[in-house]
Design a protein around this ligand. Structure first.
Ligand SMILES: Cc1ncc(COP(=O)(O)O)c(C=O)c1O
Length: 376
């Protein structure tokens, strides 16, 4: 059997990881400023992470969600504590798309409505409802497009109110920081006005923090750079440093109904061990503070480069916009300087490194970027 050919692949086969580095099968060491697409939060193969999962799998790896699982309770408690949202409750699933799918379902069930508002250039996943709320017609099938979704311009409050005032919108879903769009931070004033507007019309506000959450922005959640408290928050990627875990954080005014949400694998012992290890490392190594500081250090260095058209983002979620195609620059960084970066579209380099990035690693990147782009 062959693999279904869904990804364009780099000719690199990573076989080892440690901290902010990966090694390929030829022994080349790469500085990982892509974090496997914002997934590697606490660094590759962190000893505490490895140890916690290894110890757990020796005890018990899986049982179904029909029995007590104190590790899920411990995870919810710790997540509530570190995120500053102890009053929220947690539903555990397996991915970002699944988290958004469940958030949309919950909002629809709770309001009795089906319409959803999402935003231009937004990305929420590839499952049916999540992809319908994603602004990319190329990845939507006729089956997906049956959902009642309105895509509106970001930061346009009156466009949102025009829709909400019919009192038929179940949810507004918005990324804390738009990732795939090229690191676009919604205006704080827009988010802060959106919250009361949603309340006024009985619409659920869902913050998709799948990419921007878990400390990446220099706060636990990107929306915490504003005064907003959403009704539902979705998480995945950095939550378990590569172990497939997603979560839906649900405000106390939602009533749980047995059977409405559910999953076979979500919240299993290994997923909990991985997710707990991540929170423990974030806390013990002060990684959110480090993400904030290293983000500021990166941005202040990048701001000195005249060939960069625009810098966007906060913490370790940074978009570097050029006024030219950057595919050559990215290849030079990867194959000549051994630095992994992400891209958005054709002109944005995207940095999503582990939150443990050091000043020396930033300095090394800056030197390589200057050499690869012949500009500093
Ligand atoms: C903001 C956002 N939401 C949802 C998703 C989907 O997550 P997953 O690929 O885990 O389904 C992604 C993935 O890139 C994302 O960036």
């Amino acid at each position: 059997m062959e693999l279904f050919d869904v990804y364009p692949l780099f000719d690199i086969n990573p076989v080892k990881g440690e901290g902010c580095y990966i090694w390929d099968d030829k022994g080349t060491k790469y500085l990982d400023l892509y974090g496997g697409h914002a997934v590697i939060s606490v660094g590759h193969s962190h000893p505490h992470y490895v140890d916690r999962i290894a110890k757990q799998v020796k005890k018990i790896g899986f049982y179904s969600n029909s029995v007590q699982n104190p590790m899920q309770v411990e995870l919810a408690t710790k997540l509530g504590e570190l995120s500053g949202l102890p009053e929220f409750s947690l539903f555990l699933c397996n991915s970002g798309a699944e988290a958004n799918e469940n958030a949309l379902k919950l909002a629809s069930f709770h309001t009795g409505r089906s319409k959803v508002i999402a935003f231009e250039k937004g990305f929420h996943g590839r499952t049916s409802g999540a992809v319908a709320a994603t602004d990319n017609a190329k990845i939507v099938s006729p089956f997906n497009s049956k959902h009642d979704i309105k895509i509106l311009p970001l930061n346009d409050l009156s466009a949102v109110e025009n829709q909400l005032k019919n009192n038929d919108v179940a949810a507004v879903i918005i990324e804390g920081i738009q990732g795939i769009a090229g690191i676009i931070v919604p205006d704080a004033a827009f988010l802060e006005a959106l919250e009361p507007l949603c309340k006024k019309y009985g619409t659920v506000l869902i913050l998709d923090e799948v990419q921007s959450g878990y400390g990446r922005s220099g706060k636990f959640f990107a929306f915490q750079h504003t005064s907003v408290t959403p009704d539902i928050i979705t998480v995945a990627k950095g939550m378990a440093n590569g172990f497939p875990v997603g979560g839906v954080l649900i405000a106390p005014h939602f009533k749980a109904v047995h059977g409405l949400l559910g999953t076979t694998f979500g919240g299993n012992y290994l997923a909990c061990a991985a997710s707990l290890a991540v929170l423990e490392i974030i806390e013990s190594e002060n990684l959110i503070e480090n993400a904030k500081n290293m983000g500021e250090y990166l941005l202040s260095n990048l701001a000195k480069i005249p060939s960069i058209k625009e810098l966007r983002g906060t913490g370790l979620m940074i978009g570097i916009e050029y006024d030219k195609n950057i595919s050559l620059l990215r290849s030079k960084l990867l194959f000549e300087k051994s630095i992994f970066t992400g891209v958005s579209g054709t002109s944005t380099l995207r940095l999503l490194p582990p939150l443990s990035l050091s000043e020396a690693q930033v300095d090394h990147f800056m030197m390589c970027l200057c050499e690869a782009s012949d500009s500093c």
